[in-house]
Structure formats: C-alpha cells, structure tokens
Design a protein around this ligand. Structure first.
Ligand code: PGA
Length: 252
C-alpha cells in the first residue's frame, strides 16, 4: 500500500432515484468513520437529477459528487434537453466523466469530447477522461495507438492537467466481468503515463484510473499494479455493500 491518494469513483450510469439516498448515506458514513480515509477520495457520479438533493441532504459529508456527461455549449442557451457543465457545477458536481465509451458509441466524437472538456475546465471541474480500446483493437495489437489517438485528439498542451484524471477502461472489460491480465494492464498504465508526459512535455505523471468490472474479488489483484491511482466503478457502485467491500479489500 502506498500513501498516494487513491480514487474510488462510482459511475451510476442511468440508475437510481431519490430512494437511492440510502446507498449514498451508507457510503458516506463508512468513509467518515474509517480511519485513514484521508488516503482515498470517494466520488459518486450519479444521474443529474440526484446530485443536488443527495449533496444537500448528507450530513458530515466526506464524499464528493460528479456528473456523467454534459453538453458542449457553456452557460445557458436554446438547447432543448441539454445541461451545461456550469449548471452541473451549480448543482454540486465537482467531478465529471467525459468520453465514456457508452457515449462514444452513441456518436460522441473526439472533437465533441474536446469541447466538453474545455467547457468543464472553464468551470474548474475535475475531469475523468475515459479512454480505452475495443476487443478487436486489442486483438490487432492496436491498444497503445488507439489510446494515444484518443488522448491527442481530445486534450491540448495548454489544458490544466491538474484537473484531468485519465480513466483507462478497455471497452471489452466494461460490464463483462473480465479484467485485463495484470501484466498487460501494468504495461498499458505505464504507457499512458509516459506517453502523456512526452506528448504534453510535463514532468508530472497524470493520474490514471482503471475501470471495467472492478469488484471486491479482483480489486486486491488490481492493487498490485501500483501505477494505478484508483478505480472507476460502474455496476458495483450502485450497491453500498459492493462499493464499500471494494474499498475494504483494497486496503486489506
Ligand atoms: P463496470 O462499468 O464497472 O460495470 O464494468 C465501468 C464503467 O463503465 O465505468
């Protein structure tokens, strides 16, 4: 175990309603009571409708809230159904997931993701920028080039890198109960960190999370990849017990 800050970020996707407050409350209470919680940062990216009510209701809040996407246009405007980064920030979201493969697969382009990143950076939000290859791309040995391309086409040197956390999520591992083998994962995380530093000429390594089928049974094994700065957790974050068990097992 290292002293470095570890992120446990829940991605609720399109799940949850007001009754799910009990999940949030349990997680917050656990983190509040847990000794050494200072070495971890817990963020729940809940549906937009739940950010404000949950954040407002929590007593002794030690966890943070995030959104899962935003519209590319800043501020306000005639965009029916859209929600801007600024509106999410005002609702209490300090983090935002952008570039998730579930949105890329709906037609979200790298240029659009870039615009969204810029609008969220202008709001001083923390961005969880998702990258990762398909199974076919992996089979063809294209993992590194796909990732490099995703990073280069949506980020720029002038962006505030302190506000950007990368989340490596191989698309084939999302919701499939399959995680990459540890050797491959270690190599990919190292590649991301080194390539990022080279591309943007920074000395500081970016924070890189792993996401895809993280659960209480595989988190200990995943923790052996010391370069990983935390996890983006989908399915298992929709249950207080499953989410807390991941944190418990990680620190065991
Ligand atoms: P999963 O989802 O943990 O359910 O695989 C991860 C994600 O989509 O961020």
């Amino acid at each position: 175990m290292t002293n470095k800050l570890k992120y446990f970020i829940g991605n609720w996707k399109m799940f949850g309603d007001f009754t799910s407050y009990k999940i949030v409350n349990k997680i917050n209470q656990y983190i509040y009571k847990r000794k050494g919680a200072k070495s971890s940062k817990i963020v729940l990216c809940v549906p937009n409708t739940l950010i404000y009510p949950f954040r407002n209701k929590l007593k002794r809040r030690v966890i943070y809230f995030g959104a899962q996407n935003c519209y590319q246009q800043e501020g306000y405007g005639p965009f029916t159904g859209a929600v801007s980064a600024g509106m999410l920030k005002k609702a209490g979201a300090e983090y935002i997931i952008l570039g998730h493969s579930e949105n890329r697969s709906e037609g979200e382009t790298v240029q659009l993701i870039k615009k969204k990143i810029i609008s969220a950076l202008n709001q001083k939000m923390n961005i969880i920028f998702c990258i990762g290859e398909t199974y076919l791309e992996k089979k063809r040995g294209r993992t590194f080039s796909v990732i490099r391309n995703q990073i280069m086409s949506s980020l720029e040197k002038k962006f505030n890198k302190n506000k950007i956390i990368l989340a490596y999520e191989p698309i084939w591992s999302i919701g499939s109960n399959i995680i990459p083998n540890i050797k491959d994962l270690c190599a990919t995380i190292k590649f991301i960190k080194n390539d990022f530093k080279k591309t943007f000429k920074t000395r500081k390594s970016p924070r890189v999370l792993y996401g895809g089928s993280v659960n209480k049974n595989n988190v200990k094994m995943l923790s052996t990849v010391t370069e990983i700065d935390g996890f983006l957790i989908g399915g298992a974050s929709q249950s207080a017990k499953k989410f807390i068990d991941i944190i418990k097992n990680y620190y065991k």
